[in-house]
Design a protein around this ligand. Structure first.
Ligand code: XBP
Ligand code: MG
Length: 231
């Protein structure tokens, strides 16, 4: 019996990455007087590491051997500035929910299905997105950011949600948009529906229950596994 829906945030509730997080990172870099600038293309590669602080480290390791090693406190401060810019973008209403998200969540609430969030993104980002588009109080658990040390694709965040809600994996359905997210959910034994986006549509989702282009009107959403054309 379906008792709960567990949602990823970035890429699943909203397309936050290219025009949200990426822009906020670049604004934080500029504010700190750094010449770092992440293009949309480069960002696609940087997404292979989840978590903003972890992503900055990955960028420096892989692309900037010229930059001397930086203290954790510097990275944390840079990331806090990035969070500030990201929340400003959300407050401007520039990052809308993906199609069908609001309807699914409203219908689940009407059916008494419990709701939760499991994301690598920092908590202030998630509450801002929910405040601007839905209502944070609808979600029983908002598991975010550094609440578990090992980020997706580690299953820890999903184990955490299951424990907090006292639910078994087969009582839940997860909605994710990326390979790392799906691996985290499946690693915790959770059935997972994937709604892809431009950054994730080529990834291997063969372990997902279902892969959709989006959650909007059913006749407009194509089932990727069935080999339909992708819009
Ligand atoms: C989300 C992420 C995050 C965001 C940035 O992954 O990878 O790192 O890009 O968030 P998922 P912060 O959707 O799989 O949870 O800067 O707040 O860490
Ligand atoms: Mg995601």
């Amino acid at each position: 019996e379906l008792r709960a829906l567990i949602f990823d945030v970035d890429g699943t509730l909203a397309d936050t990455e290219r025009d949200g997080h990426r822009i906020a990172f670049n604004r934080a870099f500029a504010e700190a007087g750094l010449d770092w600038d992440w293009s949309a293309e480069l960002y696609g590669d940087l997404l292979s590491v989840a978590g903003g602080k972890e992503r900055i480290r990955f960028y420096l390791d892989k692309y900037r051997p010229d930059v001397p090693s930086l203290e954790d406190s510097f990275i944390a401060e840079l990331h806090a500035t990035k969070t500030k810019h990201y929340r400003e973008l959300l407050a401007l209403g520039e990052i809308p929910l993906r199609p069908g998200v609001k309807r699914l969540i409203s219908e689940a609430r009407a059916e008494g299905i419990r709701l939760a969030i499991a994301t690598t993104s920092a908590l202030p980002n998630v509450t801002a997105l929910l405040e601007n588009n839905l209502d944070p109080s609808w979600f029983e658990i908002i598991a975010a950011g550094d609440i578990v040390p090992a980020k997706k694709p580690a299953p820890d965040i999903y184990h955490y949600v299951l424990k907090q809600m006292n639910l078994q994996p087969h009582d839940c359905l997860v909605l994710e948009d990326s390979l790392h997210g799906m691996q985290a959910a499946i690693g915790a034994g959770l059935p997972t529906v994937v709604t892809v986006n431009d950054y994730t549509k080529e990834q291997d989702f063969s372990k997902a229950l279902l892969v959709l282009s989006h959650l909007g009107e059913p006749e407009l959403a194509c089932t990727i596994l069935a080999g339909d054309a992708f819009d």
